[in-house]
Design a protein around this ligand. Structure first.
Ligand code: MIC
Ligand code: SF4
Length: 643
């Protein structure tokens, strides 16, 4: 057996492990962050379970830390009190980015982890079966419910050789994105193997697993080996170690070979993580901003390498360099050993340990800027500046370019890069709030500021769905297009009526006004609709606007689940001609929608009244998913089941 199958088998609750068929698994740990967490906890409260039933559930506050008004701070208060009451740990703002802190303090090899953040698979770097999902799925898992997913295929990524100096883990995953594209991992788990593994530390493995999300993969998995034991020992929790690996001669659905020694520094150019070129080939592009940090590249090792490159140097005049170490642990260690002083002396602007620039929470670059970032997503408009181009690179390339002022291949440097995992990390969990004891939890008052609004409730599916094709879009529309996030909008993650006004704004600023005028309708899109973030808001805002169905050429996994969970039909075109023929503004009708959903066939019919055409669509559903859609979403369904 391969390792992925072993991990799934160890958690399997229902279904057969045949690729594509629905399985359900037991969830040991959950993770939420604040921008999806407020909604997830409102949903958890609505389910009505008093205390979480997982081994451990942790809420992190790391996204909405720019407190320009009362909204974010109110959300923090709500999360801190609701978690304390219901048996959940809470990592306060300042403690770090969820995936970095999880790796350091809570990740346990062999455990399953469900997180309301698409980069939850970072924990695959420490041998967890770690999956990203919408907030409602995480709320159900906290209540002890199973998590359902299509059984993935397993890809063996065989690593041989050793990375050359200045070539980083980031370059490995950029190489995979170059080969496979942002659709290449859909329905698959990337499982890493080979003798090249022994040279990759846990944080480097996590960098690779982190950006498996950009491949669209269900998750990525690394074995748990001596490197893992060493990392856990240095985090003073060796007792969490468990060796895990694939069996000798294990079977895989696909295999990819990567010779690490042949890799070179790579860059993903605007506006997709798979538009990959070599740094050398991209040329000496003049740079306005360099941002180092995010859950992809903010570990102690990353930061020490950056400090080594910056030591004794000054950044170029035309560059603004921003550095956000991933956690309090990392920042404190840099402060203690002098590396922080090297960064500051070079001219870096040090940001708090949080998502920050990665999610457009500040540091939007100037008009037409070239911004080099070590994060994982360079989607259009995500930085907060629509005209800016974001280039994704390794820490080494970022630091070298900050000094030179132009995109620079770090292999031209001569810094000492021999950074090792320390004997012991600086362990201090004082910013993690413990849950209340069961006998005192009744005394805890959950504080709800005025920004916390009820979420839109889906109604049971109507008999017939009618409406206009409100918008027709291309391939690869991301959840950043559907529900943009930036410093102005993130504070409203618990206020769907407000957010809905910005739905699909980067594609068409008139969308939400038109949707409201027409009382909702249909969305039409190309392939891989809803890739990227796990934000359920990309389903909740359309739900609020009255969207009944999305008809696309294909969907990204998490978004498809979010649509179903919120009672919106994710229909796939059977024939390409129908996508071509349908026009924005066409009146559509799906007659006998309840009957079609409940029926045996996964082929259904929608009529384009304007074009007088019949559109064949596919919706393959398990019996459970049918019930969810008929009930008008997972929350209604869960309540019905609990009665
Ligand atoms: C992201 O990187 O896009 C986020 C912000 O972390 C999201 C979650 C969110 O939208 O709140 C994610 O990746 O799931
Ligand atoms: Fe935060 Fe960016 Fe990572 Fe999302 S991708 S969790 S916003 S650091």
């Amino acid at each position: 057996m391969n390792l992925t199958s072993k991990l799934i088998a160890a958690h399997l609750l229902s279904g057969e492990m045949i690729p594509g068929s629905e399985i359900s698994i037991r969830i040991d740990q959950t993770l939420t962050q604040d921008s999806t967490g407020t909604m997830a906890y409102l949903q958890f409260e609505a389910i009505g379970v008093k205390r979480v039933k997982t081994k451990r559930s942790v809420a992190y506050i790391d996204h909405n830390t720019l407190q320009t008004g009362f909204e974010n701070a109110d959300d923090h208060k709500y999360i801190q009190t609701v978690t304390k009451k219901h048996g959940i740990w809470c990592s306060k703002p300042g403690n770090g980015i969820c995936h970095q802190v999880n790796l350091e303090r809570f990740g346990v090899p062999g455990d399953s982890l469900l997180g309301s953040d698409s980069h939850t698979p970072s924990a695959g770097g420490i041998g967890m079966l770690a999956i990203g999902a919408g907030g409602l799925d995480v709320a159900v898992a906290m209540g002890g419910g199973p998590f359902y997913l299509p059984m993935p295929k397993v890809v063996n990524v065989r690593l041989t050789g050793k990375l050359p100096k200045y070539v980083a883990a980031k370059d490995i995953i950029l190489e995979i994105l170059r080969r496979l594209t942002v659709k290449g991992g859909v329905g698959k788990v990337m499982e890493y193997s080979g003798e090249g593994l022994k040279y990759l530390s846990v944080p480097e493995r996590a960098t690779i697993a982190n950006m498996g999300a950009e491949l669209g993969a269900t998750t990525s998995v690394f074995p748990s080996d001596e490197v893992t034991r060493e990392f856990l020992r240095a985090q003073k929790r060796e007792s969490d170690f468990k060796p895990l690996s694939a069996d000798e001669g294990a079977q895989y659905d696909e295999t990819i070979d990567i010779d690490l020694s042949a890799l070179v520094p790579l860059v993903a150019k605007p506006h997709m993580p798979d538009v990959v070129d070599t740094v050398e080939g991209a040329g000496k592009i003049k740079v306005d901003q360099v941002c180092i940090g995010s859950c992809t590249n903010s570990s102690y090792l990353d930061m020490m390498r950056v400090a080594s490159i910056l030591r004794g140097k000054k950044i170029a005049e035309n560059v603004s360099l921003v550095i956000a170490p991933g956690s309090k642990q990392v920042l404190h260690m840099l402060a203690s050993n002098g590396a922080l002083a090297d960064m500051i002396a070079a001219g870096a602007r040090i940001e708090e340990s949080a998502c920050g620039f990665c999610i457009g929470m500040g540091q939007s670059p100037c008009t037409n800027a070239v911004s080099l970032r070590t994060s994982n997503r360079n989607f259009y408009a995500r930085s907060g500046t629509k005209s800016a181009g974001i280039y994704l690179v390794s820490c080494e390339t970022a630091a070298a370019s900050a000094i030179a002022g132009v995109l620079t291949d770090p292999r031209t440097l001569s810094a000492d890069m021999s950074v090792e995992i320390p004997e012991y990390f600086d362990v201090d969990d004082s910013l993690v709030i413990k849950p209340a004891d069961p006998d005192t939890e009744g005394e805890i008052e959950v504080v709800r500021g005025p920004n916390i609004k009820p979420f839109p409730a889906a109604k049971p599916l109507a008999d017939s769905l009618t409406g206009e094709t409100l918008i027709k879009m291309e391939d690869n529309i991301t959840t950043d297009h559907i529900m943009p996030s930036n410093a102005k909008l993130l504070p409203y993650r618990s206020n769907i009526p407000y957010l809905a006004d910005f739905c699909l704004n980067p594609v068409d600023e008139t969308f939400s006004v038109r949707a409201k005028e027409k009382n909702g309708g249909f969305i039409v899109a190309g392939q891989n609709y809803g890739q990227g973030s796990s934000r359920e808001h990309a389903a909740l805002a359309p739900l609020y606007l009255g969207i009944k169905a999305v008809i696309a050429k294909s969907f990204a996994r998490i978004h498809m689940a979010n649509l179903i969970n919120n009672g919106i039909l994710p229909l796939t075109f059977k024939n390409q001609e129908d996508y071509d023929a349908i026009a924005q503004g066409d009146e559509l009708i799906m007659e006998n929608a309840r009957g079609q959903i409940a029926g045996e066939s996964d082929e259904m019919t929608v009529r384009d009244i304007t074009a007088n055409r019949e559109i064949k669509v596919i919706l393959t559903l398990s019996e459970r998913q049918k019930k969810i859609l008929l009930a008008g979403g997972l929350l209604n369904f869960t309540r019905e089941e609990n009665q």
